[in-house]
Design a binder for this molecule. Structure first.
Ligand code: PSV
Ligand code: MN
Length: 434
């Protein structure tokens, strides 16, 4: 690991200024937790073992379908994106993997890309296929859908693209393929619901058949957008049915923004886990739809409740959870008005905080209250954990791993973005969610 983007001295100097206050806060929290029988160092060790991936596409400024407003110093290619992701991990020490998207991140030498990432302390997470967009020179358009298209040659092309993603992923060291298709309709009657799902299942089975031994295929459902009347894998029900039909290596991936407003996502987590089908998560937040806002910025309590179920699941692996409970966690947001590095630093912190809070839940008290129908005390078991400010635990774990106590402050001091603004070519204007 010889190519870390930020100077270790910069981080050490910044930490030296914060250390006294952190020690005081950590010790005070340690004493408070001790009174309830919790060992703060044990929680810190669990937090240090937590990690999540960042998406390569999240390193660039996102946009809406109306416009995108690039910033100076924005990464223009996968190499610059990796460097920005390395900054996030060097400061936060919780995002050691990048999830690439193809063909956006195509290069000619994947072994070299893997080495380049490793030299900056990064590995690769799930590979993502893209059959929701046409590429220049592509033989068959996805305007009729992809894996579910009525056009056989288009379905075949989508299958081949997914298989190519697996092959690239093998070179990068990934073991998961995430498949989200934009397939769906805008008009009642446009397609037959049953037959389009049949076509999807047939094509997805061909991709599934190409999975190497230890690989998983993560099916990401989405209720709407770009199709606004119906989508082929619209909800967790369609997703789990498809995953069950495809086989044990097919799992469901839950993107927090891909549900109807107010849906009880934490219950979906518990349901998918019950059947050994919870494979992954895309974290973001939303107010109205798939807004792709920063994780925990709108509804941090929901994020905590999701993690409460994930920790329950961690403690109770299901027999059909092949290889143990090992969901792939990733941030999937669109950073329209912020520096993406800052958003991902802040989001990684919000997500890890919810994990830490979920670890603090007194599960014995919770289960006892549930079993005796003591509703208020069951709720209080969650509330007590949610109300704890776990920031010192995260900061201490980060610092001990070489990261920054104050991630955003240290990032600003590094002048990374202004420096990149001098070095990098400007990215173009345009529109687009990512
Ligand atoms: C779709 O909205 C999605 O959440 C999928 O994960 C895509 O791969 C990603 O966004 C990027 O467009
Ligand atoms: Mn997603």
């Amino acid at each position: 690991m010889s190519n870390l983007p930020l100077s270790a001295d910069l981080i050490a100097d910044a930490n030296a200024r914060e250390l006294f206050a952190l020690d005081e806060d950590y010790d005070a929290l340690g004493r408070k937790l001790e009174r309830t029988g919790i060992d703060i160092d044990a929680i810190k060790t669990r937090v240090a073992g937590f990690s999540l991936a960042v998406p390569s596409w999240g390193a660039g400024r996102g946009g809406t379908r109306f416009a995108k407003f690039p910033i100076a110093g924005e990464p223009a290619n996968v190499h610059e994106k990796l460097a920005d992701c390395a900054v996030i991990n060097q400061l936060s020490r919780v995002t050691p993997r990048v999830s690439p998207h193809f063909p956006w991140d195509k290069v000619s030498d994947y072994a070299a890309l893997r080495e380049e990432a490793a030299s900056m302390g990064l590995g690769f997470d799930a590979v993502n296929s893209n059959t929701f967009q046409d590429q220049p020179g592509q033989a068959h358009s996805y305007n009729t859908g992809s894996l579910s298209s009525t056009v056989e040659a288009t379905r075949q092309q989508a299958v081949e693209h997914n298989i190519e993603c697996i092959e690239i992923g093998q070179q990068l060291g990934s073991t998961d393929l995430t498949v989200w298709v934009g397939d769906g309709t805008n008009f009642p009657g446009q397609q037959d619901f049953a037959r389009s799902l049949d076509r999807y299942l047939d094509a997805a089975a061909q991709v599934y058949a190409a999975l190497p031994g230890e690989w998983r295929m993560l099916l990401e459902h989405k209720m709407f957008e770009p199709a606004f009347y119906s989508t082929v894998i619209s909800d967790w029900g369609s997703s789990i049915l498809a995953a069950q039909q495809l086989g044990p290596k097919a799992k469901c991936l839950v993107d927090l923004g891909h549900h109807a407003p107010n849906v009880n996502i934490e219950q979906i987590v518990a349901r998918l886990h019950r059947f050994g089908k919870l494979g992954g998560f895309h974290f973001n937040d939303s107010k109205y739809g798939d807004d792709d806002l920063d994780s925990g910025s709108i509804n941090p309590h929901q994020l905590f409740l999701v993690f409460n179920e994930l920790v329950e699941a961690e403690l109770n692996p299901r027999a059909n959870d092949e290889g143990g409970f090992n969901p792939s966690y990733m941030i999937d947001q669109s950073h329209n008005v912020t520096d993406p590095i800052e958003s991902m630093l802040s989001s990684a912190e919000a997500i890890t905080q919810c994990y830490a809070k979920a670890l603090l839940v007194d599960r014995e008290a919770l289960h006892a209250a549930q079993d005796s129908n003591d509703t208020m005390m069951a709720f209080q078991a969650l509330r007590r954990a949610y109300n704890v400010d776990v920031a010192p635990i995260l900061a201490k774990a980060r610092m001990e791993a070489g990261g920054a106590i104050d991630v955003l402050g240290t990032y600003r001091q590094s002048q990374w973005r202004p420096r990149k603004a001098q070095e990098r070519k400007a990215v173009g204007l345009g529109a687009g969610i990512v």
